[in-house]
Design a protein around this ligand. Structure first.
Ligand SMILES: NC(=O)c1ccc[n+]([C@@H]2O[C@H](COP(=O)([O-])OP(=O)(O)OC[C@H]3O[C@@H](n4cnc5c(N)ncnc54)[C@H](OP(=O)(O)O)[C@@H]3O)[C@@H](O)[C@H]2O)c1
Length: 310
């Protein structure tokens, strides 16, 4: 497992993360086996959110009930969670009260005293950055959150926060897979009149994150689009799957490893957030952590997914 020091922190982190969004209905034993398999593969970084589960903090609670981490075991993992989405209204909430309360609820649900990293989950149109700064200061000075970041944010939204927030914003978690790669595809098609791919919808977020030492975490690395099923083995992507299968045979790794390697091969040094609840798929995906696809192979996968190479 490839590891690095997360810029802006002293955390040694793997470039593959276990996401726990889908564990609500899993038994204690299933959750334990999933996490143990990840740990055995070197995945020491766990991604949660207040909103994951049948009700608020449901997956965080499920995780804690199943794992019952000792203080020593707690220190051996990086636990990241998110605040800012309230499904039963007001929907997005970056107020001081919500952020602080959500973190307290996450800590209770997770059975821990601190979060290693807190992310603001999705942009709040009504954000008041001074309030976010006040919430982050309160959480940091109380030792409840050690580092901060965002998710699904544009450069402008991050700049607005950075004007007031004292702590470095170290992560931006964004949707990225071979078949859902607008953040990368737009730059490849720059300046192409008539190509929808050249339209920049996210303000050039990859370059922005690289310039500001913000680590991109790629969520839904196997989903074709927005929660519409995986592209691996899908008859919607015959050309892509043919390339994946050929590379999987060449490197003697499962197909999941090729999907992960397409992201880890990017020099922005991204982390891949796995969402599978199947232990064998976690082990398979982990094999893509340090698999050096060639430039030609990386572009071949990109083109086979349907993107334009001008
Ligand atoms: N920041 C955000 O806004 C945001 C949004 C969504 C997710 N996330 C984070 O990202 C993580 C990953 O998201 P995700 O679950 O949508 O991503 P994913 O890893 O792309 O998808 C996993 C889902 O695909 C299924 N699947 C079917 N075939 C698969 C295969 N061959 N390999 C891998 N999975 C296969 C899995 O089923 P099985 O479980 O049955 O294997 C699971 O339901 C979440 O856990 C969460 O931590 C963040």
């Amino acid at each position: 497992m490839k590891t690095f020091t997360l810029p802006g922190t002293e955390l040694a982190v793997p470039n593959v993360i276990l996401g726990l969004m889908r564990i609500q209905d899993k038994s204690d034993e299933e959750v334990r086996t999933l996490v143990r398999t990840a740990r055995d593969a070197g995945i020491t970084f766990l991604d949660h959110a207040a909103v994951y589960g049948a009700s608020a903090h449901g997956c965080e609670r499920r995780f804690a009930e199943a794992l019952q981490l000792t203080p020593t075991e707690r220190e051996q993992v990086v636990i990241q969670s998110k605040a800012g989405i309230v499904t039963d209204g007001p929907y997005f909430d970056f107020s001081y009260e919500h952020i602080v309360e959500s973190v307290h609820e996450s800590l209770t649900a997770l059975g821990t005293d601190y979060l290693d990293i807190l992310l603001l989950h999705r942009p709040d149109a009504l954000v008041e950055p001074e309030e976010v700064a006040r919430a982050f200061d309160a959480l940091a000075s109380a030792g409840k959150v050690r580092a901060f970041g965002v998710s699904n944010h544009t450069p402008g939204q991050i700049d607005l926060l950075r004007r007031f927030v004292e702590q470095p914003l170290v992560v931006n978690q964004l949707q990225l897979s071979i078949t859902h790669a607008p953040m990368i595809a737009q730059g490849v098609a720059a300046n192409m009149q008539g190509s929808g791919q050249s339209v920049v919808r996210d303000g050039g977020i990859v370059d922005y994150c690289r310039l500001h030492d913000i680590t991109i975490q790629a969520w839904s690395p196997f989903q074709a689009g927005f929660f519409d099923g995986p592209f691996l083995g899908s008859d919607r992507y015959p050309e892509l799957n043919a390339v994946v299968d050929r590379l999987s045979a060449k490197y003697a790794v499962p197909a999941e490893a090729i999907a992960v390697a397409w992201i880890t091969r990017h020099p922005a040094r991204m982390q891949v957030v796995l969402g599978t609840t199947t232990p064998s798929r976690v082990a398979a995906a982990a094999q893509g952590s340090d698999l050096p696809l060639t430039r030609a192979e990386w572009y071949e996968l990109f083109r086979a997914a349907g993107y334009l190479l001008p």
